[in-house]
Design a protein around this ligand. Structure first.
Ligand code: SAM
Ligand code: SF4
Length: 439
């Protein structure tokens, strides 16, 4: 048997890219590749890129520059760029970095084996189509090798919302949902391989409308179907848009036993004027009312969000509205970003807020969000949670896992294994994790 070829994938950006990288590795497994941890061992290097914020492409070009030495030492080394920078830059990448052999957009990676074969023949391969065929239908079934207890599963891709700042509708294309049966099959396969928790992924996951036996099914219906999969213990989903939080999905948070009490629901701004200019199609009050309904269904739910500060035209008063919204909601965890102008999006045409002003606002917002995060973590002390153990900790006998609220929890638990779910009492908090003891 010939020795396996070595593949190194470096992943940037969101969880969907993490999932895509796994699937690319599995697809290239059919061409004789196995993955390795470092670039210098590789016969093929793939950068799976993200284009959501500025300088993404520049970072990729400088990363590619670092592979020059490797390519010189090993002329057969294949170098590829995948993901959203590949989609946005296309042929330009090969022009600027001629050592790149292959450029593949996020909708075409099921074609990687043919592209790799073409590169082996000494040709270049470029594919940034939005093909008619469904890439997931054209990929090999996931191999049966055992794996860790948590997994991502992409159920929906692309986005039709066209927020004024965002490149996703251009790089990932229109919203497409995978059929229900395919998702259930993949979920059952993952469970057979040891997975206990699945996070359903989509750029706008709660707009899911995949085909079921009797027509399109919504995300809550998909979650209920997954709730019946034996051996699957936990379900999560991300990322959601406030306008697609239906009554049935809210109710599922109170009723569906396997759906975890954690929700990432980005609002971006607390100012109605800015929300309108962002094309978010809801007001701050509507968002707050939505949060109240979600908390009525599941009072202990931990809420997370995304915020953009310094969006064009954001005044001091607009920013104070964001601070008020954050105080009112009280997030357990959140992400905040300084606005980054993306060529081709409507907001890119508008005048920027002064950079120093935006920086100062970001610092204030992040200080408030951190304060809330620590207060929520402190409030967990003394409470009983259930922890799914994912890996061994650094200390002797220590295990690390996640609570139902997605807090990382360290526990001294010498007789537990990866994949075990145990009741734990929280005894202390660290900066980004909790400490607990087995009950
Ligand atoms: N679909 C999700 C939603 O609507 O909330 C999020 C998708 S996006 C990959 C993740 C986050 O990146 C967004 O929620 C937003 O806060 C941030 N983001 C997107 N475009 C941005 C930009 N141009 N500048 C700064 N942050 C941006
Ligand atoms: Fe981008 Fe999310 Fe808006 Fe879609 S809903 S355009 S992915 S920020």
């Amino acid at each position: 048997m010939s020795e396996a070829k070595k593949l190194f994938i470096k992943t940037y950006g969101c969880q969907m890219n993490v999932y895509d990288s796994e699937r690319m590795a599995e697809t290239l497994g059919g061409s004789g590749y196995e993955t390795v941890e470092t670039a210098d061992q590789a016969d093929m290097i793939l950068l799976n890129t993200c284009h959501i914020r500025e300088k993404a492409a520049e970072k990729i070009y400088s990363e590619l520059g670092r592979f020059k030495g490797l390519k010189a030492a090993k002329p057969d080394l294949k170098i590829g760029v995948a993901g959203c920078v590949a989609q946005a830059e296309g042929e330009e990448i090969m022009k600027r970095q001629p050592m790149v052999d292959l450029v593949v957009g996020p909708q075409s990676y099921h074609r990687l084996p043919e592209m790799e074969a073409k590169v082996t023949e000494g040709k270049k391969a470029l594919d940034t189509d939005f093909p008619e065929e469904d890439k997931f239908e054209h990929m090999p079934n996931r191999p049966k090798a055992s794996r860790g207890p948590t997994a991502f599963l992409t159920v929906q891709e692309g986005c039709d919302k066209f927020c004024a700042f965002c490149v996703v509708p251009y790089t990932r294309g229109a919203e497409v949902s995978r059929p229900v049966e395919r998702i259930l099959t993949e979920a059952r396969d993952l469970v057979e391989r040891g997975v206990k928790e699945i996070t359903l992924l989509g750029q706008n996951v709660n707009a899911y409308h995949g085909l079921g036996k009797d027509g399109p099914m919504t995300l809550d219906q998909l979650i209920w179907a997954l709730n019946d999969v034996d051996g699957l213990e936990r379900i999560r989903f991300t990322t959601s848009h406030p306008n697609d939080m239906t009554d049935a999905l809210i109710a599922a948070h109170g009723e569906c036993e396997k759906l975890m009490p954690y929700l990432h629901l980005p609002v971006q701004s607390g100012s109605d004027y800015i929300l309108k200019r962002m094309n978010r199609n809801h007001t701050a009050e509507e968002y707050i009312h939505l949060i109240e309904r979600i908390r009525a269904a599941r009072p202990d739910i931990l809420l997370s969000g995304d915020f953009i500060v310094g969006f064009p035209e954001e005044s001091d008063a607009d920013f104070e509205d964001t601070m008020s919204l954050v105080r009112e909601v009280n997030y357990g965890q959140a992400y905040s970003f300084k606005y980054s102008s993306r060529p081709g999006t409507p907001a890119a045409e508008r005048a920027l807020v002064d950079a120093a002003v935006a920086d100062e606002r970001l610092q204030r917002l992040q200080a408030l969000l951190s304060e809330q995060q620590y207060a929520v973590q402190d409030s967990m002390v003394g409470r009983e949670v259930s922890v799914l153990f994912e890996r061994e900790g650094r200390l002797e006998g220590q295990m690390v896992g996640k609570s139902e609220y997605l807090h990382a929890v360290h526990v001294t638990a010498p007789n537990t294994a990866r994949g075990d779910i145990r009741k734990v009492r929280i005894v202390n908090t660290e900066r980004n994790s909790l400490g607990g003891e087995l009950i």
